[in-house]
Design a binder for this molecule. Structure first.
Ligand code: NAG
Ligand code: NAG
Ligand code: NAG
Length: 324
C-alpha cells in the first residue's frame, strides 16, 4: 500500500517537473521552428513573422482577445464619445503584428507580455480618455474616446524643421492618434518610419485605426532620442540604468516609460494628476486584463514622481493630451 502511494507520488512529481521544465504555455498557433547557431527561432505566420526568438513565445492574440479589448475600452462607442466606431481590436492586432517579432508583447513570457500590453494601453488610454469624475462607469472606462485633438488652437508647424520636415500648405499637425502625434517633425519622423507620407497627409492618422496604432506602437518600441532607450526596453528590463540614471531615480519599469515619453512635463513633480492619471489607467488595465494590479510593483517603479527627466531641456514627441 505504502509502496504504491510512493510510486504514484514520484510519477506525479516527474510529470510536474516535465511541465515546469517545458515552461512555455501552449499557444493556439503552432510555430514553425528552426535552430540557428544553437538559438531556437520561430515563425508563426502573419502575427509573428520572420524567424525570431520572440515568435516562439505566446503572441498577443493568444492571451489578449477581442472581448478583453471591449472590456478595457467599454465606453469608446458610447453616443457621447468622440471617435465612435473608429478604434477596434482587429486594428490593434494588425498593427502589433509588425512589432511582435521584435518583442512587443512577446518578451519574457505570457505574464510579462500581458503587463506590457496593459502598460502600452495605460499610456494610450490616459491620452485618449474623455472620462471625468462624473462619467458613468468611472473615469477610467473612457479610453479611446478620442482619435484627435478637438478644436486645436494652432497648426503645430515648427519652422526650425523647414528643411527636414517642411509643413505642407494648409496642413495642421494637431494631436492625432493613440499616443497622439503633435508637430510637423513628429509626423515627418513617424511617416518616414512607417513609410507613409504623414507630412503631407497628417489626416491619415485620424482616418485609419491600424495606422494610428502602428504609429503609437512604433513610438513605444523606439527611442525618442538616439542616446535614450525605448519605452519597451525600460519596461521589459532590457535597459541597464547607468550610475547617472540611478542617481536620478530612473529604474527599469513603468515610471521610466512615462519619463521617456513626457519627461519633466509630468515627472519629478511628486504625485501630480497628470502622472497619476497615466498610472491609474495602467493599474485599471492590469486588473481587467487578468494580471492584477498587485503585479505592478512598488510605487517607485510604477511612478516617476521622484525621477529627474532624461533630458530636461527639450521635451519629447507627444506632449499635451488630446482631451484637454
Ligand atoms: C519566452 O517565454 C519564456 C517564459 O515562458 C521566457 O522565459 C523567455 O524569456 C521568453 N523568450 C523571450 C525571447 O523573451
Ligand atoms: C490603413 O493603414 C494600413 C497600415 O498602414 C494599410 O495597410 C491599410 O491599407 C490602410 N487602410 C486604408 C483603408 O487605407
Ligand atoms: C552624468 O551626469 C553628469 C552631470 O550631469 C554629466 O556631466 C555626465 O556626462 C553624465 N554621464 C553620462 C555617462 O551620461
Amino acid at each position: 500500500m505504502e509502496a504504491k502511494w510512493l510510486v504514484f507520488f514520484s510519477m506525479a512529481a516527474t510529470m510536474l517537473a516535465l511541465h515546469v521544465v517545458d515552461g512555455q504555455e501552449e499557444s493556439s498557433v503552432k510555430p514553425l521552428v528552426k535552430i540557428v547557431k544553437g538559438k531556437k527561432l520561430c515563425d508563426k505566420g502573419w502575427e509573428c513573422k520572420g524567424w525570431s526568438v520572440y515568435c516562439c513565445n505566446q503572441t498577443i492574440s493568444d492571451y489578449f482577445q477581442s472581448y478583453q479589448f471591449e472590456t478595457l475600452f467599454s465606453k469608446r462607442n458610447a453616443p457621447v464619445a468622440h471617435a465612435v466606431g473608429f478604434w477596434d481590436y482587429h486594428s490593434f492586432i494588425t498593427a502589433a503584428a509588425e512589432h511582435q517579432p521584435h518583442g512587443f508583447g512577446t518578451t519574457g513570457g505570457k505574464l510579462q507580455g500581458m503587463k506590457e500590453v496593459a502598460a502600452f494601453f495605460g499610456h494610450v488610454g490616459s491620452k485618449t480618455s474623455c472620462g471625468y469624475g462624473v462619467a458613468t462607469g468611472g473615469p477610467l472606462a473612457w479610453g479611446l474616446c478620442y482619435n484627435k485633438e478637438e478644436s486645436p488652437s494652432q497648426f503645430y508647424c515648427d519652422d526650425y524643421y523647414k528643411y527636414t520636415y517642411p509643413c505642407a500648405p494648409g496642413a495642421s499637425y494637431h494631436g492625432r492618434g493613440a499616443l497622439p502625434l503633435y508637430w510637423n517633425y513628429n509626423y515627418g519622423e513617424t511617416g518616414d518610419a512607417l513609410k507613409v507620407d504623414l507630412l503631407n497627409h497628417p489626416e491619415y492618422i485620424e482616418q485609419n485605426a491600424t495606422l494610428a496604432f502602428q504609429a503609437a506602437i512604433w513610438r513605444w518600441m523606439n527611442p525618442v532620442k538616439k542616446h535614450l532607450p525605448s519605452a519597451h526596453d525600460v519596461f521589459v528590463g532590457k535597459w541597464k540604468p547607468s550610475k547617472n540614471d540611478t542617481l536620478a531615480k530612473r529604474t527599469p519599469g513603468f515610471g521610466t516609460t512615462i519619463n521617456l515619453l513626457y519627461g519633466d512635463q509630468v515627472c519629478g513633480q511628486g504625485d501630480v494628476d497628470s502622472m497619476d492619471n497615466i498610472v491609474s489607467h495602467y493599474l485599471y488595465y492590469l486588473d481587467l486584463i487578468g494580471v492584477g494590479r498587485e503585479e505592478a510593483g512598488p510605487h517607485e517603479v510604477l511612478s516617476c514622481a521622484e525621477q529627474k527627466a532624461f533630458d530636461p531641456s527639450s521635451s519629447s514627441s507627444s506632449s499635451s493630451s488630446s482631451s484637454s
